[in-house]
Ligand binder design. Structure first.
Ligand code: MRU
Length: 377
């Protein structure tokens, strides 16, 4: 069975509800841009590339199923307004804003074409949105290949034999149109016999690591172990040599022009640990995640989420022996009344990053220690 977070055919869109994973596989229908906005906001769908694609396709499905005006200009205005609305769902991942910008441009072009009609503008939009779904999978496969090759060739562990890698959050098939970015690198290492073991961190507070990455690793039968976020330092210290750990590979929500990278909260701590333990720290992301307009990480807006995501944990009832999937319980794991800070992301400074793996190759710093990310465009 192929893991599919997004199921799309023209006029229909379904998303795998990631709030119910790993225990329940349930697809939600997305009929409109409003449905897409809510699915993104509530994190039923998540991960920078997946968010952008669900937003783009949510609107495509709405357009396909509505009575379309004959007037090109009217359809154009409708699309542009919906795109503006969609980008308000979550602020940090740039892929959504990037997709909206490209779809806006395509829509404006379509409306300017000789003999343009409402239908032709819609067709221009829908095709462009569908292309994003297809391109994301091939981009991820290339990221996986380039990243795996780089690790084998450029790390001491890689030169010794099959390597182990630690990853954070979920960057796999569930976070993208398929295959994944950082998890794609691990998949590619595994496929080529170059992976000894994968370690995934729990990723508090939302547990994308224990719920989603662990699920994908088990699904693909990749040898893997789950650790809590607080175990990462001990893992590198105690198992770095015996497990031949080459480094840490993570995804990104926004890479600024200087290489500073916003990613899931906890990424920054892992980068510091990698530096201390002398292993590589790699960011894997498609070029749609690179934002040359944002000069440094200080300019990245970090989403803050409700404190209840830290204080409450949801899951099927456990009677000490087995899980009852029909009864989902929410329990509190924090003292009532305590104030909670819940930033969804942090920024890792470029100086802690050894390479940025894109679909066109791995970008390393120049001799002056600077990432030249404009070169990949
Ligand atoms: O809050 P999330 O689950 O959407 O955060 C996801 C991440 O931080 C991922 O690492 C990032 O979006 C890259 S997914 C390929």
């Amino acid at each position: 069975m192929v893991l599919e977070a997004i199921k799309y055919t023209r006029g229909t869109l379904q998303i795998l509800d990631q709030l119910q994973l790993p225990h329940t596989t349930h697809y939600d229908h997305v009929y409109s841009s409003t449905d897409a906005w809510h699915a993104i906001k509530e994190m039923r769908t998540r991960g920078a590339p997946a968010i952008a694609i669900v937003a783009a396709l949510g609107l495509a499905v709405e357009l396909e199923n509505m009575k379309i005006s004959d007037i090109a200009e009217e359809v154009k205005i409708f699309i542009l307004e919906k795109l503006e609305y969609l980008v308000t769902s979550r602020p940090t991942a740039v892929n959504l804003a990037d997709a909206a910008r490209k779809l806006k441009r395509r829509t404006e072009e379509a409306a300017r074409e000789e003999g343009a009609s409402g239908r032709s503008v819609r067709e221009g939009y829908v095709r462009a949105a569908e292309k994003m779904l297809v391109d994301d999978v091939s981009d991820n496969e290339n990221i996986g290949r380039f990243g795996a090759e780089w690790i084998v060739e450029n790390t001491e562990a890689g030169r010794k034999g099959p390597v182990s890698m630690l990853t954070h959050c979920n960057t796999g098939s569930l976070a993208t149109a398929g295959y994944g970015t950082a998890l794609g690198v691990i998949r590619s290492l595994h496929a080529n016999g170059n992976l000894k073991h994968a370690f995934c961190s729990e990723t508090r507070p939302y547990n994308q690591g224990s719920r989603l990455t662990a699920y994908e690793l088990v699904h693909d039968k990749i040898p893997a172990t789950l650790v809590t976020d607080s175990m990462a330092a001990a893992l590198l210290r105690l198992k770095g040599a015996s497990e031949n750990i080459a480094g840490i590979v993570v995804g990104a929500d926004r890479v600024a022009a200087n290489g500073d990278t916003a990613n899931k909260i906890g990424t920054y701590s892992l980068a510091i640990l990698a530096k201390h333990h002398g292993v590589k720290f790699l960011v894997a992301a498609p070029r749609t995640t690179i934002d040359l307009e944002t000069k440094t990480g200080n300019d990245i807006v970090i989403e803050e989420r409700p404190g209840k995501e830290v204080a409450l944990i949801k899951g099927p009832r456990f009677d000490g022996v087995s899980l009852d999937l029909n009864v989902v319980e929410t329990i509190s794991i924090a003292a009532n009344g305590i104030d909670i800070w819940n930033p969804a992301f942090d920024v890792t400074p470029a100086e802690l990053i050894d390479g940025i793996i894109t679909e066109v190759g791995v970008v390393e710093k120049d001799s002056d220690g600077v990432f030249r990310l404009d070169k990949v465009f």
